[in-house]
Design a binder for this molecule. Structure first.
Ligand SMILES: *Cc1c(COP(=O)(O)O)cnc(C)c1O
Length: 344
C-alpha cells in the first residue's frame, strides 16, 4: 500500500491548527496559564481538555497492547469514520465499498462527503461474497468498510475472506468492531503489524455502557493515525468524556459481568422467540442483539409499539425482508418483550 497516494493532496499539504495546549503542555499547577483565553476561575471545567488525551490513550494502549500513537479517539465512532472519509476520499472523485446490509453511517458519510458508495450485498447467511467484492473494487476505491460482528445481522464475518481483501486491496480496510466485546473472537487489532492498510474501530457505546459520553476509538499504523490526528478538531474529546472513559475502562470487571448477563439473556431470548409461531428465522448472533424474520415485520413492529416496546424494523434493508432487530435488554425487559410477543 502506498499511503502517500491514498491521502487527499490538500490534506497532505495542509498545516494543522496549533492550539495553546499543543504549544505548551505541563501538569505543573504552579505555572500561571494565560495563553488560552480561558476563564481563570476554578470550577474543574474552566480549562480546555488535553487535545491528545495522553492519560486515556496510555491506559487504552496498555489494555490493547498497541502504542499510544496507534490510537485516535473520536467523538463517537461516527467522528472517527468521518475523519477517515475526509483524510482519504476526494469529493466527487473517490469511492468506498460497503457490504450491505450494514451500519447506515458508512453510506450517510459517503453522501455527506460526496463519495460514491459501491455496495456489494452479503450472501443469504450474511457472509462476504469474496469474488463479488474483488470484482467491485475500482481504481478510485479508497476504503472498504467491514462491520464485524455486522449490524444488523449480528454475526462475525469470515476471517479468511477479510484476509483476502486485506491482501488484495491497495486502499484502507476499515473493520468496525463496535460489538467485538460480545464475542470470544480475537480483535483485528492483533493483526495490525501484519497489514499496513488495516484500520480497526471500537467504541465505548455498547459493551462498556457509555453511549452517552460519545467515545469512539480508532487503531491503525502510526502513519495513518498521524494523518487523522492532523485533521481532527483540536479539543474533540471533552474533559467529562475523558474522565468518564478512564473510569469506565478501569472497571473491566463490571463490564465483563454485564457482558455475561447479556450473553446468557440472549440465549434465553432465542429459546423463547423460537417458540413463537410467527417467528420464522432467528439469525446467529455474536453481538448484543438478535435479527429475526417474522411473518409480517411492519405489523409486529406496530403491535409491539402499542405494547410499549420499541424494536428496530429492518424490513426494506437488503436481505432483511420482514426482519426485526432486537437489542438484548435487562432480564426484566426481556421478559416484558416475550410476554408482549405472546399476546399479540
Ligand atoms: C452502535 C455502532 C457504532 C457506535 O457508534 P458510536 O458513534 O461510537 O456510538 C459503530 N458502529 C456500528 C456498526 C454500530 O452499530
Amino acid at each position: 500500500m502506498n499511503l502517500k497516494a491514498l491521502i487527499r493532496p490538500s490534506i497532505a499539504a495542509m498545516k494543522p491548527y496549533s492550539s495553546a495546549r499543543d504549544e505548551f503542555q505541563s501538569q505543573d499547577n504552579n505555572l500561571v496559564f494565560l495563553d488560552a483565553n480561558e476563564s481563570p476561575f476554578q470550577n474543574d471545567l474552566n480549562r480546555y481538555p488535553d487535545p491528545q488525551q495522553v492519560l486515556l490513550k496510555t491506559k487504552i494502549a496498555a489494555l490493547k497492547q498497541v502504542l499510544p500513537n496507534q490510537i485516535l479517539l473520536g467523538n463517537g465512532s461516527d467522528e472517527v469514520l468521518d475523519l477517515l472519509f475526509r483524510a482519504f476520499c476526494e469529493p466527487n472523485q473517490d469511492a468506498v465499498l460497503t457490504l450491505t446490509p450494514t451500519y447506515g453511517m458508512y453510506g450517510v458519510l459517503a453522501n455527506l462527503n460526496a463519495i460514491e458508495n459501491q455496495s456489494v450485498t452479503l450472501n443469504s447467511m450474511f457472509q462476504i461474497k469474496i469474488d463479488d467484492v474483488l470484482k467491485a473494487i475500482q481504481p478510485n476505491t479508497k476504503m472498504i468498510f467491514i462491520c464485524s460482528p455486522n449490524n444488523p445481522s449480528g454475526n462475525l464475518l469470515d476471517t479468511k475472506a477479510i484476509e483476502i481483501i486485506l491482501k488484495a486491496f491497495g486502499g484502507l480496510v476499515v473493520i468496525d468492531e463496535a460489538y467485538i466485546d460480545f464475542t470470544d473472537a480475537n480483535s483485528w487489532i492483533e493483526r495490525l503489524p501484519e497489514f499496513p492498510n488495516l484500520v480497526v474501530t471500537q467504541t465505548l457505546s455498547k459493551a462498556y455502557g457509555l453511549a452517552g459520553i460519545r467515545l469512539g476509538i480508532c487503531y491503525a499504523s502510526t502513519e495513518i493515525i498521524s494523518i487523522l490526528n492532523k485533521i481532527k478538531p483540536p479539543y474533540n474529546i471533552n474533559l467529562l468524556t475523558q474522565n468518564a472513559a478512564f473510569e469506565g475502562i478501569l472497571n473491566q470487571e463490571n463490564t465483563k459481568k454485564q457482558i455475561d448477563i447479556i450473553l446468557s439473556e440472549r440465549e434465553k431470548l432465542i429459546q423463547n422467540l423460537n417458540n413463537l409461531s410467527f417467528v420464522k428465522t432467528i439469525f446467529p448472533s455474536d453481538s448484543n442483539f438478535i435479527l429475526m424474520r417474522v411473518d409480517d415485520a411492519n405489523m409486529r413492529y406496530t403491535q409491539l409499539i402499542a405494547k410499549g416496546i420499541i424494536v428496530r424494523n429492518r424490513h426494506g434493508q437488503p436481505l432483511c425482508d420482514d426482519c426485526l432487530r432486537i437489542t438484548v435488554g435487562t432480564p426484566d425487559e426481556n421478559l416484558k418483550l416475550i410476554q408482549a410477543l405472546q399476546t399479540i
